[in-house]
Design a binder for this molecule. Structure first.
Ligand SMILES: [Zn+2]
Length: 308
């Protein structure tokens, strides 16, 4: 079962909007391709609709291009990849028209569209590429993932998989460990570039500023090696819509001051995830306590435990 490509009118493949954003990833992948060590599995991490689709499609074009011309090539083959009509490039995503209890990529879908076809040679291009959209475990849980593992681990030559996720922490470790992760600049970087500074978003009054101070203190304390303060601060969230923004602003402040062994990178990722969590919470109606705590703990595991 195939699903349509990103509609032209959504603008997600707009180079004017996202070209700058994806350039670094494309150039890194191009160098690896020329040196012959581009991994067969790439996990592209970025917000949905914010450049990751463009990066995936340009990578697919680059990998299949008969002229081996690199990113933004204007040849017929690359143009067809961008239009979603190249026979060697396929997108796999959950099909919203398939009625089911969950919006997941199905095991049969993986068998039919990938595993049973992966051994065939490219129809016309230099490679075959599958783009798997949304591989977080809620959309790509163990049953379809397990069907795919062996193929992802040892694909035939000239086969590439490009997996897309907003939150790599939610991707099954068995999938993540078989891919090289490439990160697009996150929501925070985007916001900063467009002059929409996050700290100003919490000009929602003293309550928001006070909560941001508490989050900052908890993060500083946890950076010393004890995550308890994170649990405490998550259990006493104000019941206000701005809690995500306030927490993100706290993380961003620590990031911009270069706090942490990684020069603030961990805090900047945390801020981006909190912004993502806010939009997810709106869609899924999840209580903020759990989402915010999960963002904080993910930061802790990566930035504190990971560095230890
Ligand atoms: Zn081309």
């Amino acid at each position: 079962m195939t699903v349509p490509w990103w509609d032209d009118d959504t603008g997600v493949l707009d180079r004017d909007r996202f070209g700058e954003q994806v350039e670094d990833i494309l150039q890194r992948a191009r160098r690896a391709q020329l040196e012959g060590h581009l991994p067969h599995g790439l996990l592209l991490v970025g917000l949905e609709g914010m450049g990751r689709e463009l990066a995936a499609v340009e990578l697919a074009a680059m990998l299949t291009c008969p002229e081996n011309a690199g990113p933004w090539c204007g040849c017929n083959s690359c143009r067809r990849v961008r239009r979603g009509i190249h026979p060697d490039v396929e997108r796999v995503a959950y099909d919203p028209d398939l009625k089911g209890t969950k919006d997941v990529i199905k095991a049969d879908q993986v068998r039919d569209t990938i595993v049973s076809k992966v051994g065939a040679r490219p129809y016309e291009g230099m490679a075959r590429v599958w783009i798997l959209d949304r591989v977080e475990r809620q959309w790509f849980p163990p049953s379809p993932a397990n069907v795919f593992l062996k193929t992802l681990e040892e694909p035939p030559p000239a086969v590439h998989f490009i997996l897309l996720a907003a939150n790599p922490g939610s991707v099954l470790p068995t999938i993540r460990s078989r891919c090289q992760t490439l990160r697009l600049p996150g929501a925070v970087a985007l916001a900063a570039r467009e002059g929409d500074e996050l700290p100003e978003l919490i000009a929602s009054g003293e309550g928001a500023r006070e909560f941001a101070r508490r989050v900052r203190a908890a993060l500083t304390e946890a950076a010393g090696g004890d995550p308890l303060a994170l649990v405490v601060v998550s259990r006493s969230l104000p019941g206000e819509p701005w809690v995500y923004q306030a927490a993100a602003a706290a993380a961003l402040e620590l990031a911009t001051s270069g706090t942490g062994a990684d020069g603030g990178e961990g805090f900047s990722r945390l801020a981006a995830r909190l912004v993502e969590a806010e939009s997810r919470a709106r869609v899924l109606n999840i209580r903020p306590e759990r989402l915010i705590l999960s963002c904080l703990m993910q930061w802790y595991e990566e930035a504190v435990e990971g560095a230890a």
